[in-house]
Design a protein around this ligand. Sequence first.
Ligand code: UD1
Length: 334
Amino acid sequence: MNILVTGGTGYIGSHTTIELIKAGHTVAIMDNLSNSKIEVLDKIEIIAGKKPAFFPVDLLDFDATLKAFKSSRFDAVIHFAGLKAVGESVEKPLWYYENNIEGTINLLKAMKETDVSKLIFSSSATVYGDRGEDSARLNETMTTGVNVTNPYGWTKAMIEQIIRDVCGADPKFEATVLRYFNPVGADKSGLIGEDPNGIPNNLMPIVMKVYLGKIPELTIFGDDYDTEDGSCERDFIHVTDLAKGHLKALEHSKPGVSVYNLGTGKATSVLSIVNAFEKISGKTLPKKIGRRRAGDLKSICADPEKAEKELGWKAELSIEDVIEDTLRYLGNCE
Ligand code: UD1
């Protein structure tokens, strides 16, 4: 297939592009490079053997978006492009709603105008909202869009609804919504990984910067939760496993909206992933236990059975793989 990947130079987009090329697809990337670097294209070429075409286009620019669609004949679109920092979304909600929602509407309009009707959307477990104790094993039948804790999460929930409505109005439209849990790790080549601009907010990018000495200390947000070791638990999924989920979703695309969790089904605590990182790297990280972070839930984990049953997809890589691949990537960053 000839596939357009929006946000394809970003973290998950670049890893997915690699798996798509390796599987024999032709890929074009559309990205405004607001949180990624153009050099990623060369890295993709080294790893996958082929450089994707590149459109330096911002989805907020509808004319440029449509022009890109008219210049090629895409069979499918995988849509990653969007802003994703939770804290920033609380500070700049309008910027998030404009970028993520208007950007997606422009994309859908360009798809309609050029008769492209296969979409895979990068959503997040955040759409399940704060459901207290009920977050320990989330499955796709649960309600979404209630008690979502921040504007970033709301943009994901709202885009899911927009996609449902577009599918409702057009019986031939095929959309697959993939709800990611906590993506971590790097391509096993060590050439690409997570490389956010500015100060990171998520656990692994912070651990990586502490390891490199670029952030003085890691703060563990709370060790007094009602969990085995007192720290929060998350479903950390290797980004390459996640990327492969998109290939399976493409293969099984069908008219209407299909929704799948992409997670491992296994919760790992913050302390245990940090301990594993120290053990495998052989380096003790400067760290302290801090207060709970506002809005954090004790334990979040996917029920990944639907993806296994319907897509034949299952996460295969372990936390050890995550850390080894991250360290290989960091070795190239030092
Ligand atoms: C957040 C978002 C999620 C998004 C994901 C991207 C919400 C509620 N959460 O998830 O939508 O898809 O990022 O990966 O919208 N931690 C520390 N110290 C740190 C940083 C994090 O202890 O310096 C802990 C947190 O308290 C949390 C865990 O690590 O328990 C994971 O945090 P983080 O990587 O930020 O991801 P989430 O909050 O789970």
